[in-house]
Design a protein around this ligand. Sequence first.
Ligand code: 4AD
Ligand code: MG
Length: 516
Amino acid sequence: METKTIIKDKHVCTIDQLSSVENQEVCLQGWISNKRSSKGLFFVELRDGSGFCQCVIDESIVSPEDFEQAKVLTLASSVRLVGKVEKDDRQIGGYELKVNEIETLQVVEDYPISNKEHGIEFLMEKRHLWLRSKRQWAVMRIRSRVKFIIHQFFQERGFIQTDAPIFTGNACEGTTTLFETDFYGEQAFLSQSGQLYAEATAMALGKVYTFGPTFRAEKSKTRRHLSEFWMIEPEMAFYDLDMDMDLIEEFIRYIVLDIYNNYKSELTILERDLTLFENIGTVFPRITYDEAVEILRGEKDLDGKNALKTLEDDLNSVKERKTACLADIEERETAINAGGMKKGAINFNRNKIDKLKNEIKDLEEKERNIPQWIESAKNFKHGEDFGGSDETVITRLFSTPVMVYKWPKDIKAFYMKRDEEDDNYVKGVDLLAPEGFGEIVGGAEREDNLDLLLERIKEHDLPIEDFEWYLDLRRYGSVPHAGFGLGFERIIMWLTNVSHIRETIPFPRYYGRLLP
Ligand code: 4AD
Ligand code: MG
């Protein structure tokens, strides 16, 4: 294009600042995230990182050259737009820009991600671009906020932030999920957890927490496992299991309330059902592992609800919803095929149909899964660890997160303190999030007796010499202490209700995914 507008000397601002410049002329810089046209008008949705804003380009206002520019703007094209900020309550941010000048930085050809539904594998290949979409934008903002308020929570309560090494010489959470690496010719592992080091710093600083990356080689593709994830691990001297559980509850409630109160528009973009956040003030139930097993097997009802019966009801609702979706698709297809529908309406209906088809895929997965869940719940053997589906079945009966404590010692890590009443059990706790999200926190009171700890290390077949430094913590001034680990991506997954944990971290690493 020969005559190109270059914008100079304008008041540049970002979309999140628009409320302070109402009725003024400003310059927004960003990318086109949507574009619709009407006679003599273009409605461009601009995103600039800080938000989304509808910008109206009116042929009767902009120059003919700029209107020509507007015609060629495509999805993801980068622009500067000058215009007047007007209040419009129908818009997400509450404002609209009435454009009077356009500067095009780049017109994009064939942007791979359109505003229609894409398959998940395709989107993962294009993760570096997918991050620009509105849902991902909302997830990443919530992630950033949660990171900030986690620090705030602990700092307000006198905890000291401390760091654990990433190269480690010993296993913390069992030897089956270790990533092995070479450390100057010596065998080393990427840290599975910073806990053992947090215990050491707690003996120096009292109440501490770590917030760092951790690694688990999980050769399975579940929707809840990453190979690289972030963990928050508080560790407190002179805490027992009850105090640990009190802290977990206060901590999780603090995070949920902050997001619920301050991130409403992101939660709206994510279509998050907020009922459970509204319940977050309710005391989190604490049940023992034994009680959880009874509930799971349908041997014990909870407030008149039976786990297996609830699942059967769920299965029926899934079937009903599937029938409704199929009918809806048919109705829309018939209407499109009848002809006479406007192009915009056809696109709208096609998009709805794609969405419904995706929903049907999810429903069909549930239709296959629920009967299996019922079977495995009925046959659950006491002493085994709960699988993802078992956690779903248990939490289905609760409207808040649930704590399961007092676990059989054989399925828990070596460092957990044995229960005083029955030494087949340990003083560990898992926090299970409702809505099928399952375990988000794992914690315990630690074994503080040197001899018992030694016994446990031997039972677990771990090399004593690598744990000598850790045993020193029990030799020199051992005290009761406890802590827990919150899976950072797990809580983001629950808060944002994304269907797979890979959407909660900018560049996920999991079995089969190393690029981008
Ligand atoms: O239950 P875990 O294995 O406990 C520990 O690592 C303890 N050392 C924590 C402590 O007491 N300081 O892991 C803690 C949490 C889990 O509850 C889960 O939320 C998350 O870390 N997690 C994972 N998140 C994503 N991908 C994985 N592969 C995860 N494995 C555990
Ligand atoms: Mg665990």
